[in-house]
Design a protein around this ligand. Structure first.
Ligand SMILES: O=C(O)C(=O)C[C@]1(C(=O)O)C=C[C@@H](O)C=C1
Length: 383
């Protein structure tokens, strides 16, 4: 067969695959309805196990190895679970309106832009993008009613917690209503014709610079230009029209600005992933069918063992902690506010009791929000 003919057949097969994936998604959404009616949880790992075992068996005579089938179905099932969660949540809170105005850092092509797209395609028919130049501006856009939601990066596997966002959460009246993780693949991006040997200036966001610090150490002769977002870095390179100026950011984002990849995988950690939170003016309830996270801040005071006592309250109520972070309290040198993520629904009896006790034994507790957990840990099978 001729190359062109084979490619026509490949494209045709891909189209059929897309059609089947779309049909599968629609079926998953119908499953969500059925589960809601029967009061069943969305995730059913026993069913996933059975499905994977059977698909691995069916794949063998077709020449599809177990690793390939498993990898593919992890992606498909993660999508299925997240689609179902978004649907159930939308019904509970009436939140999936036709139009959502969302504030995020940067413009088209920034990492926050892609995270926003990923989160809201499951939830809104139309997204109105409100690009901002700082985390403060993003929070204000929602506080003043110019935006319905804000998407904020909160931590990254290479650079750790994003302190500025933690500090904003201490003072805002907004609630956390969602989370998502997004892989961050830093590339060196330049105008077509750029030669790596001639670069003199790199434009990037300070977080990006922190995440690529090992790589940047090897380029001591190059000037670093701090930018408000990766999209801002791309725009500066486009406007500079100078082949010695490059940006660090995502490949897809850079391509929107006419930039090409000069280097990949620049982050210190191979698996460079950011976790984003979604905040809104109104807190939400999380459906019982969905695993929930609750985030709260507390000030324990400085007496010996105060933090241990607070954490023991969680232990006594069987509540698992996902994250514990401390941040200074402005105006009170050397005193710390603790941020705690727990894997629990705010409406659970155990969580209500734990919060009552924490209110009693600490100086201050504030719940920042309860939201669906988007950690869909892949189901493993023995092959
Ligand atoms: O069969 C179900 O219960 C579904 O919700 C569908 C499905 C899937 O996509 O196959 C998704 C989530 C469950 O954890 C198990 C399976």
């Amino acid at each position: 067969m001729e190359l062109d003919q084979i490619r026509i057949e490949i494209s045709d097969t891909d189209q059929q695959l897309l059609g089947l994936l779309s049909k599968r998604r629609a079926l998953a959404l119908a499953v969500a309805e059925a589960k809601l009616a029967q009061n069943k949880p969305i995730r059913d790992q026993k069913r996933e196990q059975e499905l994977l075992v059977s698909l691995i068996e069916k794949g063998k005579p077709l020449g599809l190895d177990a690793g390939y089938v498993t990898k593919l179905y992890h992606v498909i099932i993660e999508d299925s679970v997240l689609q179902q969660q978004a649907k159930v949540q939308g019904q509970l809170n009436g939140e999936n309106g036709p139009v959502c105005r969302v504030a995020f850092l940067g413009r088209q092509g920034s990492y926050s832009y892609w995270a926003t797209q990923k989160y809201f395609t499951r939830r809104a028919e139309k997204l109105i993008e409100i690009g901002c130049d700082s985390f403060n501006e993003i929070v204000q856009a929602v506080e003043t009613g110019h935006a319905d939601y804000a998407v904020l990066p909160i931590e990254n596997t290479s650079s750790g917690s994003i302190n500025e966002v933690f500090d904003l959460l201490q003072h805002t009246r907004l609630s956390i209503v969602g989370e998502l993780t997004h892989p961050i693949k830093h590339c060196l991006m330049g105008l077509p014709g750029t030669n790596l040997a001639n670069i003199r200036q790199i434009c990037a966001h300070p977080q990006v610079i922190a995440q690529c610090s090992n790589y940047l150490q090897s380029l001591s002769q190059v000037k670093i230009e701090y930018c408000e977002a990766s999209s801002d870095a791309f725009e500066r390179v486009r406007q500079a029209k100078d082949l010695s100026v490059v940006a660090i950011g995502g490949e897809e984002g850079g391509a929107l600005y006419g930039l090409e990849v000069l280097g990949r995988d620049l982050a210190n950690q191979k698996d460079n992933v950011s976790r984003f939170i979604v905040v809104a003016r109104k807190a939400i309830a999380v459906a019982k069918a969905i695993p929930a996270k609750t985030t709260f801040i507390m000030y324990t005071g400085q007496q010996p063992g105060a933090l241990v006592d607070a954490l023991l309250v969680l232990k006594q109520h069987g509540i698992s902690m996902g994250k514990l972070e401390s941040r200074p309290i402005p105006g009170n040198p050397w005193e710390e506010m603790f941020y705690v993520d727990v894997l629990a629904n705010l409406e659970d009896y155990a969580m209500t009791r734990a919060l009552d006790e924490l209110n009693r034994i600490t100086r201050f507790v504030k719940v920042l929000g309860c939201y669906p957990s988007e950690d869909v840990s892949p189901t493993q099978v023995q092959s």
